[in-house]
Design a protein around this ligand. Structure first.
Ligand SMILES: [Zn+2]
Ligand SMILES: [Zn+2]
Length: 272
């Protein structure tokens, strides 16, 4: 069963390329049953990619309009992608994805997903050339993401690998790296919230593997963790990208089901 739905969707209200209505039309074209929007929450220290304070209200109004206008064709949800360091209230969204896009070191916010050059510079200059010290701070932050954001979904668990294809910055099989990641998984499992399997970086041609990596998915499965599929879409074309391959992979790892969002919260759907 390949789920025809996506709950991680960006639009022109933040850093997406398509308007919410065009995303809905693209989803209908792909015969999706549901589409959840997750605009980036406002972060005061970086306004370049997120919804503005005023924009959030307009976003909510527009998604509510679309929800009614397309109610007979697709289920639409108004969610948010809450950054770890965002200070915004998220109680008036239907659900939230909790995501770490920055780590904090010596009072500075360091982006982990902005560019390979920035990742290189941060490891060199802020972490004295030690990529495992960088990974440690990242995963310590991720460990607290649900406690801090009160989100329903764990966003792109190992986003720090975005520019690390072929282990250019650090070896993801290194004992230290795996240890920090596994500790974060152990900290998050008790919340009983799904880890998204996010294909966004595959669509962008940056990665050959989804977030979380196969190694971490096995750790999640081994501890009874749950999953949800997401294409972290910034344009209509990417909706549901690589889901066929991911379902195959999830089954191979041993997952029998995924969670999907519904008007009553999460529901479990079998993968077979
Ligand atoms: Zn994100
Ligand atoms: Zn996103």
């Amino acid at each position: 069963m390949i789920p025809k739905m996506n709950f991680h969707t960006h639009t022109t209200f933040c850093d997406g390329k398509d308007s919410p209505e065009n995303m809905v039309l693209a989803a209908i074209e792909k015969e999706f049953a549901a589409l959840g929007f997750s605009g980036h929450s406002y972060t005061y220290f970086d306004e370049s990619y997120c919804m503005s304070k005023e924009g959030v209200k307009k976003y909510q109004k527009e998604i509510q309009r679309l929800k009614k206008a397309y109610a007979d064709r697709i289920s639409i949800y108004c969610g948010v992608e809450q950054d770890f360091y965002s200070q915004e209230d998220i109680s008036d969204f239907e659900y939230a994805i909790g995501s770490v896009h920055y780590i904090k070191k010596d009072g500075q916010f360091l982006s982990v997903d902005e560019g390979a050059d920035i990742t290189k510079k941060n490891i060199q200059e802020i972490f004295g050339g030690d990529p495992y010290a960088y990974a440690k701070v990242y995963f310590e932050t991720v460990s607290d993401v649900l406690k801090k954001t009160k989100a329903d979904i764990i966003g792109h668990f190992d986003l720090l690998t975005k520019f690390n294809e072929n282990s250019v910055f650090f070896d993801t099989r290194d004992r230290r790296y795996r240890g920090y990641g596994t500790s974060a998984i152990e900290a998050l499992i008790p919340y009983d919230k799904p880890f998204e399997i996010n294909t966004g970086a595959i669509y962008r041609g940056l990665r050959s593997e989804a977030y979380p990596s196969v190694d971490f998915l096995k750790e999640i499965k081994g501890r009874g963790g749950k999953i949800l599929l997401s294409s972290d879409s910034h344009d209509g074309n990417s909706l549901g990208y690589y889901f066929y391959e991911i379902v195959k992979l999830a089954l191979e790892i041993g997952f029998q089901s995924i969670l999907v969002w519904t008007p009553h919260g999460f529901e479990e759907v079998g993968l077979k």
